[in-house]
Design a protein around this ligand. Structure first.
Ligand code: PLP
Length: 390
């Protein structure tokens, strides 16, 4: 048979920036094959199991034939009502479950799809750097252009709107923000959210706030963007059950806020997916109504781990900020390394894996991210090993 011409990827995926995490995965596999006792602090995926209350609710729900059929794309009304109750209790914000709550197959699904609903080819989308990579890939898939908002330590890892040229703002359709922030672990004050509402109203920009980490905090409860006056006029907020309830594999999240924006996202979803398995939605209702004790215990676990890693790395003379939220620590690399250099050095010489900051965008160069997704004794061991190689 004649050898055929290779199938060519569409340019929208062909020109994706190289996925740094894939090469780290290869490095990791190699180290494991060589028999390294690897301490993996690179992944934002909780090592703690889903609380049994939720697992048991799922077992019951999966037995019901009613749940075996197509769900509705916007989510069961009972799930959306549970979200509205949780929101009122947690943030004091009232939501109409019929029009101001939309279920998602994980928040990543909604974040990736929202530009398809509102961004035309050539439109500008403001994205933070460092930042969760889906903001810019979702933009790229819609034909939009990402404009980078650098998040620097000098500005508490908040974007500085004053340095964005007016002509960029005039072409901007949508902005992504994310607090508590992955990867920097920064949180945002009320003043910042007010500023976002102001700029979004002035330039008619849709605000998409990724709030995946509001429940992973150490002292004070982080805010919701929706608590800012008039936030609902300009945007939506994404939430996820993944990080809060150790449910990353279950795939359920939700978006709340502006009904026109949610209707646009819903329109994309009706044409691409058929919603979240209802059994998962039923389990999620139980999760959202759960006693705060279970969540406090999860937070306590991260608290202990944070203290061990933060104090340990500080003692080694490393420069880092004590996280107030998220399960990440954002660490400046010593000046004789770059991000990838330090990651490779720690992996080769200490069997400790962290994520290079530049994997989250160029502005992340010069940092590495540690995830607190390993038990305390392993984190202690990691610090000990790093102390021998710096
Ligand atoms: C983990 C994560 C998500 C995605 O969460 P899912 O609900 O599991 O899709 C979204 N945003 C950020 C910043 C994350 O770290």
């Amino acid at each position: 048979m004649k050898k055929r011409v290779p199938f060519e990827f569409a340019s929208r995926i062909k020109y994706l920036p190289p996925y740094l995490f894939a090469s780290i995965d290869r490095m990791k596999q190699k180290a494991i094959e060589k028999g390294a006792d690897l301490i993996d602090l690179s992944i934002g995926d909780p090592d703690i199991p889903t609380p049994s209350l939720i697992v048991n609710a799922m077992k019951e729900a999966v037995e019901k034939p009613f749940n075996h059929r197509y769900p509705s794309y916007e989510g069961m009304l009972s799930f959306r009502e549970a979200v509205a109750r949780w929101y009122k209790k947690r943030f004091g914000v009232k939501l109409d479950p019929q029009t101001e709550v939309l279920s998602l197959i994980g928040s990543k699904e909604g974040i990736g799809h929202i530009p398809l609903a509102f961004v035309n080819p050539g439109d500008t989308v403001l994205v933070p750097s460092p930042g969760y990579p889906v903001y810019s890939t979702g933009t790229l898939f819609a034909g939009g252009r990402s404009y980078t908002m650098p998040l620097g330590e000098e500005n508490d890892f908040l974007p500085d709107f004053d340095i964005i040229p007016k002509k960029v703002l005039l072409k901007t359709k949508l902005i992504f923000i994310n607090y508590p922030n992955n990867p920097t672990s920064a949180i945002a004050p009320t003043k910042f959210y007010k500023e976002v509402v102001k700029i979004a109203s002035k330039y008619n920009i849709i605000v998409c706030h990724d709030a995946s980490y509001t429940e992973i905090y150490y002292d004070k409860e982080p805010l919701s963007f929706m608590q800012a006056p008039n936030a609902k006029d300009v945007g939506i907020e994404f939430h996820s059950l993944s990080k809060t309830y150790n449910m990353t594999g279950w795939r359920i999240g939700f978006a709340v806020g502006n009904r026109e924006v949610l209707a646009g996202l819903g329109k994309v979803k009706t044409n691409l997916d058929s919603g979240v398995f209802q059994a998962i939605q039923e389990a999620a209702i139980v999760a959202l109504g759960m006693d705060n004790d279970i969540l406090s215990a999860i937070r306590k676990t991260y608290h202990e781990r944070r203290d061990v890693l933060y104090n340990g790395l500080r003692k080694l003379g490393m420069h880092l900020i004590k996280p107030k939220a998220t399960f990440y620590i954002w660490v400046k690399v010593p000046s004789h390394f770059d991000s990838m250099g330090l990651v490779t050095h720690m992996l080769d010489k200490a069997g400790v894996l962290a994520t290079p900051g530049n994997g989250f965008g160029e502005t992340g160069e010069g940092y590495v991210r540690f995830a607190l997704t390993a038990p305390v004794d392993r984190i202690q061991e990691a610090v000990k090993r790093i102390s021998g190689i710096l």
